[in-house]
Every structure is written in structure tokens, then in C-alpha cells.
Design a protein around this ligand. Structure first.
Ligand code: GLU
Length: 410
């Protein structure tokens, strides 16, 4: 199987070819601008000291400060961080946010950390990457394994070093620290907008349409809630331990999940990840990690529409099968862009010290997502390419043009 970086580079190569850009453009676009690897020592609660690897990749700063999440996951490495930072670059350009792209992370299983250990690790990581982040430089945010608590500690560590509060250094913060209303649910809300629009393109009535969601975390849960509120039926969800079907509504399952840390709600039926992916539903939402849909399982997929809540959930082999089977795939850089769009709103609000209502956030999110959606749909139709290719073409073209206009120093 190709690595995440190989996949991301192949997608860029394809976009460069479709756009008929030059070899010089390819060199410029395929090179990450700044890569930092740091050692992050952690004193465990029992006094032992352990060393972790931390990363921050600023893939592009051409269109503005770099922007992207911080992932705590045991398998993260530099190559994957580069791949995810590259995706952030095209995502921000596609949605026309004034940002480059970045990603960071620590190779650690956040579940093995106590709250105090998590705080110490987050603060030390922040202090190690401090020279290269900042509201005008690079703005981290939550990703897999991190949340608003981590952002509060990052904001505090940066602010203590600056000598004054700097809320704009991270997004996805708690509201009282300068976070934005609607940021917590933003990625899921954007996934829901994408699902509705994709169904309409396919001529399927969203009311009563069926949905299966792989992943019941920050993205999957909020997508489920938003879609249920819009009248769709969530028939199955899964977490790392497997899936479940037969629940009455999402909140009933969520309440059980919060209380018991499992999805085994009495009266429901279990199903495997594979069974969930192959359910006969209208919409399938991979909202967990990379490589969920591969050449091994793609041919059994019966969903009409796939909405990629996760980053890079489909391998190129899987993608080819989905395209051949005429399954409409709303690609990650469009489908999950709601998160970074509302991060942008948060950063703007922090810069202006003027905060928006929840309705303003929602309607501005909707406007940007719909605009990106229309652009991708039109590009796919006129150039006869997949939505993934179209989305990459739009993002890559914007970065290439910005490069051209800025010129080369010296
Ligand atoms: N981690 C999210 C993503 O992959 C959000 C990034 C952000 O808000 O900067 O898009």
C-alpha cells in the first residue's frame, strides 16, 4: 500500500498535469517549506521521564500564515505530517482562506496519558515549536487526539512566553479564551452540508436518506447530529472497537457512549467495520483515520455517496474502484473543510476582538462551503474529472498563481 505521502504527491502530480503546469511549478508545489522535528520529554506521574517525537510542518506560507491541526497519535511520523500539511494547503486554497497549510503532532497514544501528563506534554511541545508559530506565522488547531483543552494549554504557554494573552495563536479554543461559537461542531456541520449537496446532485431526496458513519469522535458525532436534525436517518456508527446498528437516535447512543465508553447500547446489534462500510445506505461517511477505504474493501461498497470526514480515508486503489462504480466521492479537502473555515472565523474574531453570534458563524460557514462545492462540481463537470481531481485542481491552481505573482526572492 502507498504511504500517505506517496498518495498526496501522486494527487498533486495529477493536478499539475491536468492544469498543464510546468516542471518548475511541480518543484515549487511539491516541496514543503519548513519542517521541524523536536524531542518532547515527558515526566510521567510516577517520576519516569520518557522521550516523544514531535513534528510541525509548514508546507506552504505563500497565501498567508500556515494553518493546520496538531495530532496526537502513536503512528504519526514526519512523512505523514508532510502529507497532511500538504492536504491542508490545498484545503485552505480551495476554500479561499488566506492561509498556507501546516500540520503537527506527537507520536503518542493520548489515551495512555493522565490529564496532567497530557498538559505537560502539550506545553513542552508548544515550547519546542514556539519560535515558528504565532498568529501571523502558523496557527495550530485540534486534530485527531487533541481538543480544546490542548488548545487552551498551547495558548497559555505561548502567551506566558509573550508576556500577554495571544488568543490568535491557536484556534479551536474554549469560548471563554477567545474561541468561536460553532467551532466544536464545525467539521461535522460541513460534512452534513456536503452530504446534502451530494445527495441532491445524485437526485436523491435527503429527507429520510440513510447514513452510515465510521468514527464517532469530533467529526462523526457532530455530522450525525447535524444530519439527523436535517431529517436523515443514521443507521449505523462505529468506533475503533466496531460498529452498532438499531439505535433509535444518535443522542441515545452518545449518552450511553459517554457513560460506558462503548457503543454496546442494550437493544442494538453489533457489526464489524467491514459490515458497516458495506451497508446498503445512501451516504457513507468515513470519519476516523486514513486508509479506511482500500482496493480490498471498495468493491463491496453500496453507498451512493461517500463524504470524507477524515483526512485521506481513501487510498488511490480504493478511489479508482469507487470512480469505476460511479460512486460520488466528496473529497476530504472539501468535505471536512468546515473545521478550518470556522477556525478562520475564530482567528478573524480574535484579531478584531469582536465576536460573532452562532447564526453568523453558521451562515458564513454555509456560504463558503456552498461556494467551494459549486466550484468543485463545475470543474468536475467541465473538465470531466473526479471531484477529488477537481478539488485539487482548484486548490493547487490558486497556490501556483500566488507563487507566480509573488515571484522569486532574490
Ligand atoms: N484538523 C482540522 C483539519 O484537518 C482543522 C484544522 C484547523 O482548524 O486549522 O482540517
Amino acid at each position: 500500500m502507498e504511504s500517505a505521502l506517496e498518495t498526496a504527491r501522486a494527487q498533486l502530480r495529477r493536478a499539475v498535469e491536468l492544469l498543464e503546469l510546468t516542471e518548475n511549478d511541480w518543484q515549487t508545489l511539491s516541496t514543503p517549506r519548513r519542517i521541524l522535528e523536536v524531542a518532547v520529554p515527558l515526566r510521567r506521574d510516577n517520576g519516569n521521564v520518557e522521550m516523544y517525537k514531535g513534528f510541525r510542518v509548514q508546507y506552504s506560507t505563500t497565501r498567508g500564515p500556515s494553518k493546520g491541526g496538531v495530532r496526537f497519535h502513536p503512528t504519526i511520523d514526519m512523512d505523514e505530517t508532510v502529507a497532511l500539511a500538504m492536504l491542508m494547503t490545498w484545503k485552505c486554497a480551495l476554500t479561499n482562506l488566506p492561509y498556507g497549510g501546516a500540520k503537527g503532532g506527537i507520536a503518542v497514544d493520548a489515551h495512555t496519558l493522565s490529564l496532567a501528563e497530557n498538559e505537560r506534554l502539550t506545553r513542552r511541545y508548544t515550547s519546542e515549536i514556539l519560535p515558528i508559530i504565532g498568529p501571523e506565522r502558523d496557527i495550530p488547531a485540534p486534530d485527531v487526539g487533541t481538543d480544546e483543552r490542548n488548545m487552551a494549554w498551547m495558548m497559555d504557554t505561548y502567551s506566558v512566553n509573550a508576556g500577554f494573552a495571544v488568543p490568535g495563536v491557536v484556534t479551536g479554543k474554549p469560548i471563554v479564551l477567545g474561541g468561536s461559537l460553532g467551532r466544536t461542531s464545525a467539521t461535522g456541520d460541513g460534512v452534513a452540508i456536503s452530504a446534502i449537496e451530494a445527495l441532491l446532485v445524485k437526485g436523491i431526496d435527503p429527507k429520510g436518506a440513510t447514513v452510515a458513519i465510521q468514527g464517532f469522535g469530533k467529526v462523526g458525532y457532530w455530522a450525525a447530529i447535524a444530519l439527523e436534525n436535517l431529517g436523515l436517518k443514521i443507521v449505523a456508527v462505529s468506533d475503533v472497537n466496531g460498529g452498532v446498528t438499531g439505535f433509535k437516535n444518535v443522542n441515545e447512543l452518545w449518552n450511553h457512549f459517554l457513560a460506558n465508553n462503548n457503543l454496546n447500547l442494550p437493544g442494538t446489534d453489533k457489526l464489524t467495520q467491514e459490515e458497516l462500510i458495506h451497508l446498503d445506505v445512501d451516504v457513507l461517511i468515513p470519519a476516523a483515520l486514513a486508509d479506511a477505504i482500500t482496493e480490498k474493501n471498495a468493491s463491496g461498497i453500496r453507498a451512493k455517496v461517500i463524504v470524507e470526514g477524515a483526512n485521506a480515508p481513501t487510498t488511490p486503489g480504493g478511489d479508482a474502484i469507487l470512480n469505476a462504480n460511479h460512486i460520488l466521492v466528496v473529497p476530504d479537502i472539501l468535505a471536512n473543510s468546515g473545521g478550518v473555515i470556522v477556525s478562520y472565523f475564530e482567528w478573524v474574531q480574535d484579531k478584531q476582538n469582536y465576536f460573532w453570534t452562532a447564526d453568523e458563524v453558521k451562515s458564513n460557514l454555509n456560504e463558503i462551503m456552498m461556494r467551494s462545492f459549486r466550484e468543485v462540481e463545475e470543474m468536475a463537470r467541465t473538465k470531466k474529472v473526479s471531484w477529488r481531481e477537481a478539488a485539487h485542481m482548484i486548490g493547487v491552481a490558486r497556490v501556483a498563481e500566488a507563487h507566480r505573482l509573488r515571484g522569486l526572492y532574490p
